[in-house]
Design a protein around this ligand. Sequence first.
Ligand code: GCU
Length: 680
Amino acid sequence: MNNEYELCWLEYRRLPDWEIACHREWFKSAVPFAQPWEVETALTELKTFARDALGTKMLVENTIQNQRTIILGKIDKLSELFDVPKLEREGSFFLAHRKLSGKDTLVIGAIDTAGLVYGTFEVIKRARLGESFEKMNVVQTPAMPLRMINHWDNLDGSVERGYSGRSIFFEKDRVILNRRTRDYARLLASVGINGVVINNVNVRGKAVQLIDDEKYLKALSKLAEVFGNYGIKLYLSVNFASPMYLGKFETADPLDDRIKKWWKDQARKLYSFIPDFGGFLVKADSEFNPGPHYFGRTHADGANMLAEALEPFGGVVIWRTFVYNCLQDWRDYNTDRAKAAYENFKPLDGQFRDNVILQTKFGPMDFQVREPVSPLFGALERTNQILELQITQEYTGQQIHLCYLGPFWKEILDFDTFARGRGSFVKRIVDGTVFNRKYCGMAGVSNVGRDPNWTGHDLAQANLYTFARLAWNPDELVEKIVDDWITLTFGKDEEVKATIKHMLMNSHRAYEKYTTPFGLGWMVNPNHHYGPNPEGYEYSKWGTYHRANHEAIAVDRSSKGTGFTLQYHSPWREIFDSIETCPEDLLLFFHRVRYDHKLRSGKTLLQSMYDLHFEGVEQVEEFLKAWQRLEGKIDPVKYKRVLERLTVQLEHAKEWRDVVNTYFYRKTGISDERGRKIYP
Ligand code: GCU
């Protein structure tokens, strides 16, 4: 603990005496079976936990002397002592209780240093959750090869769509490196993250120079080292037109030999400073960022040119599919933004080099509170893919509102694309199994900033934690992840645990109800995207229209409309296509619906719209009351911070309710059946 910031789920408060009694003996000594540098980070973490939580000093010894000891090492060395499980993938580890010469040992075994770090954090977590080591027998392998956090941090210290204070990586065009940098690496490694892109996908101004200016490269090499000790690789977002900015070329044409050579030289330079550099993230031909289309080339041409430059060094190119016409005319009824990613990238399937990965937002639009899963996941059979989620709550309440995204993300991961028949879940596509791909995974847009609690809203830490746990194991139950997070963050009081769990698990649905249910989306204020504005995007150029009139609302994306449903495999294409079978929580994403359309409940769309808005606000009222009952049971600083946010959330939820209900009332002239207050 220090004064500037807290440590989220890694804050090791002193455990109660009886728990100390259970674990202290284990943490008195450690015996490594590996080169010192391979176990250094893991040992530091064990010692920190022993000191802070158990009040004991852990000694590192060459032989097993104590009755209880932690052994940690690489499996090749451990296998000389006893049978070890087979581990293959980077980061895998096992934990096992073994008797050696009559002594009890807890073994942490891995194939690489990252695995030792992950195994160590797992041991610490289990100790804090009160698990006994006597019967420990755990083997863990990360599901996703790439478990990435994307920062949208700018070099001036601002954060695009950041709601937690300024950047932890940059200020005044300089790279920040301090104690917090290391603690961030610890937080991420403790949940298995292995890659971080530190700068915004919109690469402008000084950020273009990150890959070139030696002053930056030196600072980045230090940063990469700190992260590298925790098994995390550094990645950078790059501007596709860099050769024009930095190399003074008149073009950035990916098929021009001079441009190819420039990138190759640049890659060599970069790797001479950062030997384990991860690679590039690229937002090209998207929202005014340059890309290969500017030079009459395809995305495959562009991505492959960069991939060729990074390939000799083991780097990858992560190329975003967030490409659409952002200069649409609202009077154009033929263009459908939802179709754009598929239309741009499906024809290129199979044309990308092995070290290119396409990164796709979970939905076809842009991180709305509910969207269907993007059809691109099931469509790219010969291309590496990453699923992009937004941990930062741009459209989900900007960390003022409590909106825990775990259950929603789980639905996305569990969505069956039917690309190769039943069982072709998104989680099995982005872990590489369905299409047998090597590089794939998940990326989350960071919600972290320099606020003392890192995420603005204390409970938004749960989103970061859950994102990482799902990238490690998408089959894990969200309920279990939430339980762990609450206990590690708030302790073991049963009422505290049950209350926070209830709030978290219901918060996304509540937010959806009082904002834009039925997959409608986009009724936000333009630019900053906070608060209600039913026609804020209606006549804009961004392709996000609901076209409400007095009878009906939303875009017909069925085969009779824009044809978006045809981008899905059967049976989804048929299910989404019919207003009768379309899941109701996505009804207004896929269909233009009359207000008097009867839903399965027997209620009209309009009445359901009113009802949900009232219900959503009631839920927030209930969250607030539930939280108030925890006063005295929670650290007062945290209690107050959350209380303040919930209070504002309630006010803003009411604003949403009243603005949206009034909008529909004024369009239709139809009152609420239950006579509740709607402003005429
Ligand atoms: C959204 C967001 C932008 C961001 C973009 C992206 O449109 O509002 O700030 O740059 O997504 O993902 O690239």
